[in-house]
Design a protein around this ligand. Structure first.
Ligand code: SF4
Length: 452
């Protein structure tokens, strides 16, 4: 039965991708489709619009993690006089003997209270105050900006682990409206990612990246069908892209792009409604992933608070039956979560588009010493897992705050989640393994991860 459902869904997607869209009005998102400036979004520059709010920040970035230090900055820090931060350097800065990458040549380790040793009681950076912004490491100068070189052009996006960046990205009615000059000199530009090429896993070099990315962004922003159906389309496309990239499928990538482009604006697919929902398995997964994450010191108190709000929201008191959790989850989604997101459809779209742009989806982003090469299908599965995880947390939190559930909750949850999860590739690998173990890594499983 499950296999039939998957085949039927694949057929529906393929049929639509060839221009024979199914059904008319199941779960159609009501708001008008905004005009997409694909060209601007295809090569984003909104990183340069960001301004740090410093001491006013509710979750300063200077805590909970080891901060990478590039080689040149490390050598300069070693020259600080003892009375001018030099003693802190000798206690808390150390060379990474295994590093092979100049941008992670050494690390600044947090103090016992979990903050950067240079972070002052005035909540400002001691290095910047003492020596000026020129002595900030590449990481500190850039964060939360993320730069990539694509097709000879510099692109800049933002990490949502910073609250101010999360506000800027999530609350913008259209990311294509945010433009800036990435060469302004206000931040360093010498730590730049690049498109993952042939990583030794038999993939061909990533051809037609901009055309692929433009299609996928337009699919995310296609409000003629629910977002879960758009993500299933993207999962189906990623699988066929992998086949094209490895030579199993001789269909050229531009032809594949054209096939899926025909589906834009064509409305929801009734046949996808046959794919399973299983709230029990979805909630079990989010509880397992979040419990494990909460136990990690680096997850931060704000993530632990968000998880606790989720638990309170779906009412998992010891005496309650598992079915009660599911009922509360369902009610929280339909009465408090969905109305807010229907009124602000760009929240979800911007979250997904920012992830795609930042991570050079679906080919991946090389240039970090912790880079892990993945297929387009695995990049897509990872996107779906993260989206399902943070959306599930938000649904529980909506149940906790009910009528008071607002965009503020969305910002703080997405920010604390991204900060806990997005910077550590091992967490991504653990999440992929957890989903595979539960057999949720095909179209049927993706449907369970996304539907309520
Ligand atoms: S988290 Fe963002 S706004 Fe807050 S201190 Fe860091 S860069 Fe500035």
């Amino acid at each position: 039965m499950r296999k039939n459902e998957v085949h039927s869904a694949s057929r529906a997607i393929a049929k639509s991708a060839h221009g024979q869209a199914a059904g008319e009005s199941v779960g159609k998102r009501a708001s008008p489709v905004p005009k997409v400036d694909s060209e601007k979004l295809a090569q984003p520059t909104y990183a340069g619009c960001f301004e740090c709010i410093g001491a006013k920040c509710e979750d300063a970035c200077c805590g909970d993690w080891d901060i990478p230090l590039d080689k040149i900055t490390y050598q300069r820090y070693r020259l600080f006089p003892r009375e001018k931060l030099g003693s802190l350097v000798s206690h808390f800065v150390s060379r990474d003997p295994e590093s092979t990458h100049d941008n992670a040549y050494a690390y600044i380790h947090p103090t016992d209270s979990g903050v950067c040793p240079f972070f002052g009681e005035d909540r400002l950076c001691g290095v910047q105050k003492q020596y000026g912004p020129g002595l900030l490491s590449t990481t500190c100068s850039l964060y939360p900006r993320s730069l990539s070189q694509v097709n000879g052009r510099l692109e800049g996006t933002l990490s949502l682990s910073c609250p101010e960046a999360a506000r800027l990205v999530l609350l913008s009615p259209s990311l294509s409206l945010l433009e800036s000059n990435l060469h302004s000199g206000e931040f360093k530009t010498d730590n730049v990612f690049s498109l993952a090429g042939d990583m030794g896993n038999h993939r061909k070099p990533p051809a037609h990246f901009l055309a692929v990315r433009s299609l996928l962004i337009e699919l995310i922003r296609d409000r003629s069908r629910p977002i879960w159906q758009n993500l299933l389309m993207i999962a189906s496309f990623s699988k066929r892209l992998d086949e094209a990239m490895t030579g199993l499928n001789l269909e050229p990538v531009p032809a594949l792009v054209d096939q899926y482009r025909v589906a834009l604006g064509q409305g929801p697919y009734d046949e996808l409604e046959g794919l399973p929902r299983d709230l029990k398995r979805r909630i079990e997964l989010v509880l397992a992933l979040s419990s494990k994450q909460s136990a990690r010191h680096s997850s931060g108190q704000r993530f632990r608070d968000a998880f606790w709000d989720f638990v309170e929201g779906i009412g998992s008191a010891e005496s309650s039956a598992p079915d009660e959790d599911m009922n509360r989850f369902r009610i929280a989604e339909s009465e408090y979560h969905r109305p807010l997101l229907d009124a602000h459809p760009f929240l979800v779209e911007n979250y997904l588009v920012n992830h795609m742009l930042q991570h050079l989806f679906p080919y991946g982003r090389a240039g970090s010493p912790r880079f892990i090469a993945r297929s387009a299908s695995d990049e897509c599965l990872l996107l779906v897992i993260q989206f399902s995880w943070v959306s599930s947390l938000l649904i529980g939190i909506a149940g906790r705050y009910r009528e008071a559930f607002s965009t503020e909750h969305v910002i703080s949850t997405v920010q604390s989640f991204t900060r806990a999860v997005d910077h550590i590739p091992q967490i991504h690998e653990d999440a992929l393994a957890a989903v595979r173990q539960r057999g949720l890594d095909d179209l049927s499983g993706i449907s369970i991860l996304l539907r309520t």
